[in-house]
Design a binder for this molecule. Structure first.
Ligand code: 13P
Length: 253
């Protein structure tokens, strides 16, 4: 059930400008050195659309991949003011896209709409980081498994290429709050997601499942002991090169 390769994915959210190149350069320099002793980690930074091309062309890195944070449910080009399609993201240098983030679900994204976005992203040859997770209210009502099960069933088609989808379990109540699930809860939830996914989509391998929500350079030690976790989707702490690098270093300590 455990995958050796570990993902460290930064979600910058609404943060950054051209001067932020220095942050990503520091992370890139760290990764170049770190790769010599550790080949089992993959670093991806999901940045605002305006920075994708700038970062990917300036860095031209083979140790950091650049990703986007959302895409339109419409394909290619069209009369959709303010929208950016998956194929446009790919052409600008993104290789990954986060979809189904709770901050976008709050804005009205349904499971069905997210399914369309996943389809478009895969067609555009982007890899998908698909977010699922329960709210505090749903957790209180013991609905965690039914909520995340539903999110998986309703947004992933059997025909999707499962090698190009990474799941990110992000309990909504944990995002930006400093609160994290208990170790035994995490183990149970990760086992649930992996088993359900394999059963639903009849995959040979278990999916890669990341944890997201208040990950920092202190609690990473606790997460590192849970082998079912295949990596992390890191919000606030990924906006600082020092904090992000510290998380990676401490994970392997
Ligand atoms: P924080 O790490 O800031 O809690 O955010 C998590 C998140 O939403 C990543 O997608």
């Amino acid at each position: 059930m455990t995958n050796k390769l570990k993902y460290f994915i930064g979600n910058w959210k609404m943060f950054g400008d051209f001067s932020s190149l220095k942050i990503i350069k520091r992370i890139n320099n760290f990764c170049l050195k770190f790769r010599k002793k550790n080949k089992n980690s993959k670093v991806i930074l999901c940045v605002p659309n305006i920075l994708i091309n700038f970062f990917s062309s300036k860095l031209n890195s083979d140790v950091i991949s650049i990703g986007a944070q959302n895409c339109s449910h419409n394909k290619n080009y069209g009369p959709f003011t303010g929208s950016v399609s998956a194929s446009m993201l790919k052409k600008s240098g993104a290789n990954y896209v986060i979809l189904g983030h709770s901050e976008n679900r709050f804005e009205g994204e349904s499971n069905k709409l997210i399914m369309q976005k996943i389809e478009n992203a895969l067609e555009a040859n982007l890899k998908v980081i698909f977010c699922i997770g329960e709210t505090q209210k749903q957790k209180n009502k013991c609905q965690t498994f039914s909520v995340i099960g539903n999110q998986l069933k309703k947004s992933i088609k059997k025909s999707f290429d499962k090698n190009k989808i990474i799941i990110a379990y992000e309990p909504v109540w944990s995002i930006g709050s400093g609160k994290i699930p208990k170790k035994n809860e995490l183990i149970k939830t990760f086992k649930f997601i992996k088993n359900l996914y394999k059963k639903l989509f009849k995959t040979k391998k278990y999916p890669k499942v990341l944890y997201g929500g208040s990950v920092n350079n202190k609690n990473i030690t606790l997460f590192s002991k849970i082998s079912e976790i295949d990596g992390f989707l890191i919000g606030g702490a990924s906006q600082s090169s020092k904090k992000f690098i510290d998380i990676i270093k401490k994970y392997y300590k």
